[in-house]
Design a protein around this ligand. Structure first.
Ligand code: DHB
Ligand code: FE
Length: 290
């Protein structure tokens, strides 16, 4: 494949990713549907505040009918393109995550994003991320120890890991990638440790050809997220930690479109002691369930 052909192919596949994220999210919500009664006061408060914030902007910025109709057309297209998960996870989730975890003393987390899949197959503590025989990318050895805030090693810890491939594509969202490629659940050893072989993911561009891409182009923004490894770390009796880990020197660490980078989430990769590629140690501290 030429570079141009490759770029075209990965753009076409990235376009599918947005729509896939919508149908996946709907499946997950209906599977976990809890029949909670509607809290009418809370809906009234939040919906009124949201509408007021928007009408304030309309007045302050003297929004025209042309602009209002452009917004309407764009909102319709976000739905048609299946890009609501993308839009919400890129521009709003970071604030929700901050609210949800502000009480914690343990490790910092960040957004889940639209590409998590539950129940990835289990591997032992020192396993390898499933990958294709010819999976391109720099070999990356990820070592970790999970403790509680009081320092107790958590032998019952589970580490779910998922990340994009060398082209910035996620299995089960971009077509043509084996189902569980670069997705796995690892079970800690008796000291709460992990030693996982994977490859370094590439920086990721949110799909540019749908409604979200249209907004980004129209506003003159860029569509990049820095390269990152997603994790969910859990142990019975402890709060679930959802995080992403980043690589120093990535040009988008300071202007992540999803505002999901935090200094505490920066890895410190070193040349691998044995073999090629890089290795890193990054430990997690979990808060007890409240
Ligand atoms: C998006 C993609 C990601 O990989 C991520 O971590 C967060 C958001 C997105 O395309 O919306
Ligand atoms: Fe991601």
């Amino acid at each position: 494949m030429t570079t141009q052909q490759h770029t075209q192919a990965s753009e076409a596949r990235a376009a599918d990713s947005g729509a896939q994220a919508s149908s996946r999210f709907k499946d997950r919500i209906s599977a976990n549907r809890n029949e909670q009664p509607i809290d009418h006061e809370r809906v009234d408060l939040l919906a009124t505040k949201a509408i007021t914030a928007l009408t304030d902007i309309i007045e302050e910025e003297q929004v025209s009918y042309d602009e209002y109709n452009a917004l309407k057309a764009w909102l319709i297209k976000v739905g048609e393109d299946g890009e609501w998960p993308l839009f919400l996870d890129v521009w709003l989730e970071h604030a929700v995550e901050e609210v949800a975890t502000s009480h914690r003393d343990g490790s910092k987390g960040t957004i889940e994003g639209p590409y998590y899949v539950e129940d990835a197959p289990e591997h032992q503590w020192n396993g390898e991320m499933p990958m294709r025989d010819d999976e391109p990318g720099t070999p990356f050895q990820f070592k970790s120890k999970v403790t509680a805030v009081d320092g107790t090693p958590l032998s019952g810890a589970k580490l779910e890991m998922w990340h994009a491939d060398e082209y910035g594509l996620y299995s089960q969202f971009a077509p043509g990638i084996p189902e569980w490629n670069l997705r796995a659940t690892f079970l800690a050893n008796e000291d709460g440790e992990f030693d996982i072989s994977t490859i370094r993911p590439a920086p990721y561009q949110i799909p540019t050809e749908g409604a979200c891409g249209q907004l980004i182009a129209a506003a003159g923004w860029h569509a990049w997220r820095p390269a990152h490894i997603h994790v969910k770390v859990s142990a019975p009796g402890y709060e679930l930690l959802t995080a992403q880990l980043y690589f120093p020197g990535d040009e988008h660490n300071d202007d992540d479109i999803a505002s999901a980078v935090k200094p505490e989430l920066m890895l410190d990769p070193q040349p691998a002691e044995d073999g090629e590629g890089e290795q890193v140690q990054y430990d997690f501290v979990l808060d007890p369930e409240r």
